[in-house]
Each structure stands twice: as C-alpha cells, then as structure tokens.
Ligand binder design. Structure first.
Ligand code: HEC
Length: 128
C-alpha cells in the first residue's frame, strides 16, 4: 500500500510539472512593451536645457539639428558614426569632411574642453 501511495505521488508530481511547462507559453504574454521603439519617438527628442545652451553659444545650432539634415548632418546620424567623447571632441575641433561627402565642409570649432565634454556626451547618448 505504501509503495502504491508513493507511485501516485510521483505521478501527480510529474503531471504538475508537465502542466507548469505547458502554461509557460509566450503567446499568452499580452503585456505591451514598456517603452515604444526609439524610431517612433525620434521626432520628439528633447535637448536638455544645459546642452542646448552650449550648442547655441558655440553656434552649432546654425548648422545642426538633432534629427534632421540642416547644413550639417543630424546629430542622430553623427552619433551612429562615433564611439567616444574624445573622438567627438576631436571631430568638432577638426572635422573629417570625408566622413560626410554629401555635405559642405565644416570648419573646425575651437571648443573648450568643458563645453566639448557636455556636448559630446550628449551626442553619444543619441546612439541607438
Ligand atoms: C557652419 C556650419 C556648421 C557649424 C557652425 C557646425 N557644424 Fe558640425 N558639421 C557641419 C557640416 C557641414 C558637417 C559635415 C561635413 C564635415 O564633417 O565636415 C558637420 C559635421 C559635424 C560632426 C561630424 C564630423 C566628422 O567628420 O565626422 C560633428 C561631431 C559636428 N559637426 C558637431 C558640431 C558641433 C558640436 C558644433 C558646434 C560646436 C558644430 N558641429 C558646428 C556644419 C557645421
């Protein structure tokens, strides 16, 4: 009798495990993603006030918009082609026109380390 009971226990345990596995079904998860894909919000990128002030002070806004072509490439495009703050500061001081053959040449801007770091870190943050 004891072994019969044990067998029943084992069977029910196996059945429980099996049904657990069965309910782990991805199609049942109907929770929408917490954040919409970045591409959907690309046109509402907000420039932080401190960054915007520096872009204005250093005349960057005359030629660059965040996600639209102006005289120069959008910062979102620039962001995809760089990988560090130092690299960006270097490119602001000494742009490489060959990076953007469809654009006129940007004259290097003698940006301060302080301003350059803030602007470059922000540009880097636009990377998708
Ligand atoms: C007179 C217009 C003009 C101004 C002002 C300007 N840019 Fe540009 N920028 C361009 C153009 C045009 C390009 C693309 C051609 C090139 O790289 O030379 C460019 C390219 C860049 C690049 C990519 C460089 C490369 O070679 O990969 C960065 C980074 C950049 N700009 C940042 C800035 C920042 C930051 C400022 C402000 C401090 C600024 N730009 C001011 C016109 C301008």
């Amino acid at each position: 009798m004891k072994t019969f009971k044990n067998t029943l226990l084992v069977i029910s345990a196996v059945v429980t495990l099996a049904s657990c596995g069965g309910s782990d079904n991805k199609t049942e998860n109907t929770t929408p993603p917490a954040n919409p894909p970045k591409s959907l919000v690309a046109d509402v990128i907000e420039v932080p006030a401190d960054v915007n002030a520096l872009l204005e002070k250093n005349t960057c806004l005359t030629c660059h918009k965040v996600d639209e072509k102006l005289v120069g490439p959008p910062y979102t495009t620039v962001a995809e082609n760089v990988s560090s703050v130092e690299e960006i500061i270097g490119l602001i001081r000494e742009p490489k026109p060959e990076h953007y053959p469809d654009y006129p040449e940007m004259a290097g801007i003698d940006i301060s380390d302080e301003d350059g770091k803030v602007i470059a870190a922000w540009i880097l943050s636009l990377k998708k």
